[in-house]
Write a protein that binds this ligand. Sequence first.
Ligand code: HGY
Ligand code: MN
Ligand code: MN
Length: 410
Amino acid sequence: MKAEALRIDADRLLARLGTLAEIGAIEGGGCCRLALTDEDRAGRDLVVRWMRELGLEVSIDPIGNIFGCRAGTEAAAPVMAGSHIDTVRTGGRYDGNLGVLGALEAIATLNAAGVRTRRPLVVAVFTDEEGARFAPDMLGSLVYVSGLQLEEALATVGIDGAVLGDELRRIGYAGAAPLGIHRPHAYLELHIEQGPVLDAEGVTIGAVENLQGISWQKIAITGQSNHAGTTPMRLRHDAGYGAAAVGNFLRQLARELGGDQVCTMGRVALHPNLINVIAARATVCADLRNTDEARLREAERRLAAFLEELARAEGLRITSRPLARFEPVRFDPGLVQLVERTAARLGYTHRRMTSGAGHDAQMLARICAAAMVFVPSVRGISHNPAEHTETADLAAGANVLLHSLMELAA
Ligand code: HGY
Ligand code: MN
Ligand code: MN
């Protein structure tokens, strides 16, 4: 069959997505496979098996990134495609998984058609993209591009007190391959949009040209525990109130800055967390994002000023520690055009767009030409078991990935 006419097998892709989704399956059809847990190990083992069945040569690096390599006719720098298979606690079945399984589906299609490419093709599964258990997010790809020292990454303590390196060894994925194995010629990532744009406009393919900046911080608030009944309001140093005030301020901050600014308090904990005790301590995690670096810095500045004022007014001690800080990224214009051109050639509607979420592609962009292919998320829902993408859109994304890879590897 002519290369032009090649199309992926949607049933095979859907079947693999379904099989992987059974690992860590949660109510509502989603997944919970937090990085380096037993569920993540089971998912990794399954993908490695599929890679081997597809004849790929599997390598695992010291931070647990998995690479499946399909030899080219030349030993040139490979074209890489991939994503992640770790999920948040209430994840869907497509976030990350589609990028890995879509790349495997492209390989399966080339194998079935007996098509060789000049450049090798590498499928990558990056460790701990979500950063939900071990911050920062995109940790594995960040180490891969030397943005974070391996030792520092291995020493990371998770939200459950586990040490990243111990967990990596425990699940058997502390690999021996050299860091930076397979320096790619180019990198493409297929991913669900996780936002409302494509679905609302009825457009099939997103050619992602940029990705917003991310600022995560852990805010520790120390007050004084006291009796909820006997303590007059004027004598309180209430860490619980402090946490609530931060949450409220984040919403106000997004409103004041407007534009693309988003602010989230997704994680909060009180101690001792009892109905009749004024909280002694609170921790709040803040997630700030903006496509514009200067405005993201303004948001950080305003939050810091608010925390100072809150500490003074309430007699609290408030400290903040950064958990992740990535500037906005622009993807390679040539690759973005390739994604658009390929979508058009295959007859799919398409548009250029920004990624609101962080992705491994933003790290690969530091070392090679990188870009992303988005497909619609129904009602823009993600990080939620109800996350859904129609089969025709899954297939469209995988076909655009397949033909883009073939052109890049020619
Ligand atoms: O946080 C993010 O944007 C991604 O889901 N890791
Ligand atoms: Mn993702
Ligand atoms: Mn995610």
